[in-house]
Write a protein that binds this ligand. Structure first.
Ligand code: ATP
Length: 445
């Protein structure tokens, strides 16, 4: 299995070359472990988020969405246990002064220089800032390290306004911030990242069944995103590893080039958060069960996924190099991103064979027709630069499923060539069938 793993350098360079990811503030020398999503990156990232929202909000009748603020009352983080417990064990090397996360080290000496390490100190991962013009202890606020607390504090608002009955879920996606001790592996571990979280509230009696169901549902979602299931595994946390709020947690891990790494956690957070906020604020955060005629505090099962890690896993997973024979009989290597049409940043590329006006007039009309039809729901690109071979290679490399080529014969026979990324098959079809053919191929792909 390992020999088909693409290395990180290859993906990093593709990302920069083709406009998926750029280093943040690059012209200033960059800011460590901080990345900007380029024109194709933002499309792929949005497609992942939309797929998640479609699958877990729109296609269900028991989950609603929320978009809560990043800044919250600082007491939220005290009561949730994050101020006290959301920390990693930090050690410094006495010789070279490098900092490490003690729980990630394989020996008790510095991995870089072999020097002795200091005693462990707990380092809180929350970023602090100040609200308003005066910087003092009263103006301290935190950048949220998870989106979940915004859901817990809105439990009553959402349940009442939407008249929800147990079991129900609240979904939210957005930025989160963690002042990680060590970052790295490209976008795998950064200090600013995006999360997709569901807090699914259940009767405490059903917690295990619902927890198991979420693990299955998410494995299926990854499969539907086109990911290789051999590179995915479920790893259950042992007791010592559990977060302060969790009764059980399973990670879904992907086989990255450096080894297995978490892309999502599914945790049974029990009633820890609702109870804690209720106790602190005096607000009753419970559900009235009409059948039992009593209030219960639901347990919550939390599938919490990282957009950036999924983005990276999908790029690695879909990257392929194929040996193909070129026109002059020599063999050539083409790079292909085998993304599903749902995820592809560009859905269709329109490629006139020449820049001559007669062709570009027809090609522009076709381009406009595809763009304005509802079939693509994504970017359609018009490209008339370079040779057609080079244009196909570029589209393969960025994962475009379909190219439409317009040549001089198109002017007479009113047909165009459809070229498919994965098979490189080319078929000639009447322009009048084009929109329908695109629709069929994007939906079946
Ligand atoms: P790790 O053990 O790798 O630090 P975690 O267990 O702290 O991760 P969770 O709190 O379960 O992570 O967060 C849910 C998801 O958020 C993770 O599965 C991951 O995809 C994403 N995530 C967490 N921390 C980071 C980070 N520093 N950079 C990018 N994504 C992250």
């Amino acid at each position: 299995m390992l020999d088909d793993l693409v290395d990180l350098k290859t993906i990093t360079s593709l990302c920069k070359r083709r406009g998926f990811l750029f280093q943040s503030s690059e012209i200033y020398g960059g800011l460590a472990s901080t990345w900007d999503y380029g024109p194709l990156g933002v499309e792929l990232k949005n497609n992942i988020k939309t797929s998640w929202w479609k699958n877990f909000v729109w296609s269900r009748n028991d989950i609603v969405g929320l978009d809560s603020a990043i800044l919250m009352h600082p007491d939220v983080w005290k009561v949730s246990g994050h101020v006290e417990n959301f920390s990693d064990p930090l050690v410094d090397c006495i010789s070279c002064r490098k900092r490490w996360r003690e729980d990630q080290l394989e020996s008790k000496s510095c991995p870089d220089c072999g020097g002795a390490l200091t005693d462990v100190r707990q380092f809180n991962l929350m970023f602090e800032t100040n609200m308003g013009p005066i910087k003092d202890d009263n103006s301290n606020v935190y950048l949220r390290p998870e989106t979940a607390q915004g859901i817990f504090v809105n439990f009553e608002n959402v349940m009442k306004s939407m008249r929800l009955k147990l079991p129900f879920g609240i979904a939210q996606l957005g930025k989160a911030f963690r002042n990680e001790i060590t970052t790295g592996n490209f976008i795998f571990r950064t200090r600013e990242f995006e999360m997709m979280e569901i807090e699914y509230f259940v009767n405490p009696e059903n917690d295990q069944r619902v927890y198991d169901q979420w693990v299955t549902d998410f494995m299926n979602w990854y499969k539907n995103l086109g990911m290789d299931t051999d590179k995915l595994r479920i790893r259950e946390h042992d007791k010592g590893e559990l977060a302060h709020y969790a009764k059980a947690t399973s990670d879904i891990e992907y086989q990255f080039p450096w080894g297995w790494g978490e892309i999502q956690g599914i945790a049974n957070r029990t009633d820890y958060d609702l109870q804690a906020h209720s106790k602190q604020t005096g607000q009753k955060l419970s559900y009235f069960d009409e059948k039992l005629s009593k209030h219960i505090v639901p347990y919550v099962i939390e599938p919490s996924a990282g957009v950036d890690r999924i983005f990276m896993a999908i790029l690695l997973d879909s990257y392929q190099e194929e040996v193909v024979s070129s026109i002059n009989g020599k063999s050539d290597t083409r790079i292909v991103l085998k993304l599903t049409p749902e995820l592809a940043p560009i859905k269709v590329a329109v490629l006139p064979l020449s820049r001559k006006d007669v062709l570009s007039d027809l090609a522009t009309q076709i381009y406009k027709d595809i763009k304005s039809s509802a079939v693509t729901t994504g970017v359609v690109e018009y490209d008339d630069s370079q040779s057609i071979g080079k244009r196909y290679r570029r589209q393969d490399e960025i994962g475009t499923p379909i190219c439409v080529t317009i040549d001089f014969d198109s002017l007479d026979d009113k047909c165009v060539t459809l070229r498919f990324r994965d098979t490189m098959e080319q078929i000639r079809i009447p322009i009048s069938d084009l929109i329908e053919q695109i629709r069929l191929n994007l939906n079946n792909g």
